[in-house]
Design a protein around this ligand. Structure first.
Ligand SMILES: *Cc1c(COP(=O)(O)O)cnc(C)c1O
Length: 224
């Protein structure tokens, strides 16, 4: 068995059955993805539009592609035809553009709103207030299905800091769920949380992540 296949098997055994594994294959070749595919993995994460489009065209049609990177509106046509979910919607401008594209092309896109939970300023995402504002007016969107929230913790070994970052996502999801009457434009099934990567996925699973996005542990270090 290859290292990739055994990492997939190990993770599938370890993760609770209700937690979805997104195998983050960015910067890794199609052959590496096929090794994971043969081990049963069907959801893959990519962060660059051109790379996603090329891989989706070359690889099996039953792969579910999650886009997880920063997305510019002029790249929507590469991503939206093939993505099962865009996890990284980080601005109202982008959300509106995805909605408009969906209207023009007859596709409703499943999305997560990315929340800025890390202490690094450089990371993307909405603030809590911005997300509350988007979800209070969600009925204006007809071609996006807002499924939940995504976030990335501060890059640190300090578990307390990671927990504090992740807790912001959980708290906001719970706050929105509790205020359902005010957020009637949201889908009934809103509430999915995507958080946890190679170095913090165990913490994430313990805190109730529905989706974890794991790259390095499966495919090895990325060479940029
Ligand atoms: C690259 C990336 C991951 C995977 O990171 P690893 O540390 O390799 O597991 C997860 N989420 C996002 C948004 C990423 O860009």
């Amino acid at each position: 068995m290859t290292d990739i296949a055994s990492a997939i098997r190990k993770l599938s055994g370890e993760l609770p059955s209700n937690v979805k594994l997104v195998a983050v294959s960015k910067f890794h070749p199609a052959e590496a993805i096929m090794e994971a595919y043969k081990a049963g993995q069907r959801i893959f994460g990519e962060s660059r539009p051109q790379e996603l489009a090329a891989k989706a065209a070359a690889l099996p049609g039953d792969i579910s592609w999650h886009f997880i990177g920063h997305l510019q509106t002029n790249k929507l046509k590469l991503v939206l035809p093939v993505a099962a979910m865009v996890e990284s919607v980080d601005s109202l401008h982008l959300l509106e553009a995805i909605d408009r594209w969906g209207g023009e092309n007859g596709k409703v896109t499943d999305v997560l709103l990315e929340m800025h939970i890390a202490s690094e300023e450089t990371k993307q995402g909405f603030s809590r207030e911005e997300i509350l504002s988007v979800v209070s007016d969600a009925s204006i969107f007809h071609n996006v299905h807002i499924s939940g929230l995504m976030g990335m913790a501060t890059f640190t070994d300090d578990e307390a800091v990671i927990r504090k970052d992740f807790a912001k996502l959980v708290a906001l999801r719970d706050e929105i769920a509790a205020g359902r009457d005010r957020y009637r434009g949201l889908p009934q099934d809103f509430g999915i949380l995507s958080f946890g990567m190679t170095h913090d996925y165990r913490i994430a699973v313990g805190m109730g992540a529905d989706i974890v996005r794991i790259g390095t542990l499966i495919f090895g270090e990325r060479t940029y």
